[in-house]
Structure formats: C-alpha cells, structure tokens
Design a protein around this ligand. Structure first.
Ligand code: ADE
Length: 251
C-alpha cells in the first residue's frame, strides 16, 4: 500500500453490473484474469479485470452472475464479499465504487448527473433499539476528495443504500432522515468494508432514474441504463486520469 505521501499505484474499481463495467474495461484495456491465475476462491462468481493505465495498476472487480438466476449479483451482500476479498488480496491504495443510482429531484438530482457521495448510510436496516439503531443506519462520511470534486465538477450529495430497487414508505422515511440525494444498492456496504480495512474509498454514482418522479423506477432504470453508463464511464475515466501521479493526500 502506498503511504499517504507516495503516489497512488493500485486502484480497485468495484462495479455491480456488467453493463456498467464493460465500457471501463475497454477504455482502460483491461483483461479478464483467467481462472487459473485467479486469487478468488473456487465457487465465488466474482470476476476481475486488470491492467495498467498510465502509472496506475487497475483492478476492476464485479460480484459476477448469480449461480442460480444468472443475473448480476447486485446488492449489499455480494458487494461486501467481493470488496472484502479484493482488498485483502489486491491491497489497493484507493477504491472507486462506480455505479448507477436513483436520484431525488427535490434534492437537485437529474437523470445523467454524476455524483461523488459525501456520506453513505443504509435505509433498510431498522433496529429500533438504542445504539443498534445507529449501527443499522451505519452512517459514515466517505473519504473526502475536494480536489477531485473541484477539478471534475461533479455534483456532491449523500448516498443511501438498501437492497431494493424500489422504495417502500419505510425506506422513504429513512432515506429522508439520511438526507440523501441519491439511492443505490451497494455504496454503504462497500464503505463499511473499506473502513474496516482502512482503505480510502470514493463513490461515483450516475443517476438513471428519479425516485420522487412520476414514472416507475424499474422501467426508467432499464431505459436509461446504457446512456447513463456512458456518463458514468466518462466520469470514472476522468477520476482515474486525475488520480494518476497523485498521492492520496492530493485528492
Ligand atoms: N440504481 C439505479 N437506480 C436505483 C434506484 N432507484 N434505487 C437503487 N439503486 C438504483
């Protein structure tokens, strides 16, 4: 691991969906780590692409396809597992959790916006017992990257994470109290693991759908996924370009 002062050399990009990942894989000319070279344990569906870009070594990991249903293993459990194992084996200097999110127009989010999350919390871990309640919510500040924000002109907002794409009235209440501008299905779990292993992590999230809008989330999400992924990938590319040659304390 690079010291705070040394240049960043290893970046781990954690992405939940293949559609979100593939443009980054091509952009950075990453190659899939073959199974015989894989450090991932047998049975794990996780996928790793890697390569060098400028002076950085990039590992991009995905939770992979669900063994039973064949869909991307979205959500907090899979994201935490692949992040944990990747940190321990790949020893990144910095994690970028890149993905799509729902946005709240009442908080200033529009479709296609790219946010850097200032804070993360969960909205579906309700434990109404003193202190366990706060553990459940798991609110934490993310690693502050003021220079990335300034240089790349990203929006900034709080991110709320849960294991559902839709939003129940209960979730809505907690999301409001989390003061969130965006809502995803992985961020807070990646942050939990990154903090556990003292690895700085940033959260780059592009808005595919408006949660407090008229249209049903799942429909709009699927309609916008490809187009918004292009905005996400552009933002992540610019973040990686910015990081190249810098140290953690320069971010
Ligand atoms: N990812 C994209 N849109 C989302 C939403 N509305 N909720 C959770 N995750 C999302």
């Amino acid at each position: 691991m690079a010291s705070e002062a040394g240049p960043i050399s290893k970046v781990l990009i954690v992405v939940a969906m293949q559609t979100e990942a593939m443009p980054l894989v091509s952009k950075f000319k990453l190659v899939e780590a073959p199974a015989h070279e894989s450090t991932f344990p047998k049975g794990a569906p996780w996928v790793r692409y890697h390569g060098n870009y400028k002076d950085l070594h990039i590992d991009l990991v995905l939770p992979g396809k669900d063994a039973v249903f064949g869909v991307d293993s979205v959500g907090t459990v899979s994201a935490a597992l692949v992040t944990s194992f990747s940190i321990q084996t790949l020893k990144p200097d910095l994690i970028i959790n890149a993905g799509t999110a729902g946005g709240f127009k009442a908080k200033g989010a529009s479709i296609g916006d790219v946010f850097l999350a200032s804070d993360v919390a969960f909205h579906d871990r309700r434990i109404p017992i003193p202190v366990f309640d706060m553990y459940g919510t798991g609110a934490r500040k993310t690693f502050a990257a003021p220079n990335i924000l300034k240089e790349l002109n990203l929006k900034v907002g709080k991110l709320s994470t849960g294991d559902s794409l839709d939003m129940s009235p209960h979730d809505e209440e907690v999301i409001l109290s989390n003061d969130a501008t965006i809502k995803d299905m992985e961020g807070a779990s990646v942050a939990y693991v990154a903090d556990m292993f003292s690895t700085p992590a940033i959260f780059v999230k592009a808005v595919t759908d408006i949660v407090d809008g008229e249209k049903p989330t799942s429909e709009v999400f699927l309609q916008n996924l490809i187009v918004v992924t292009a905005a996400l990938d552009l933002a992540v590319t610019r973040v990686v370009e910015f990081i190249s040659g810098k140290s953690i304390s320069d971010l």
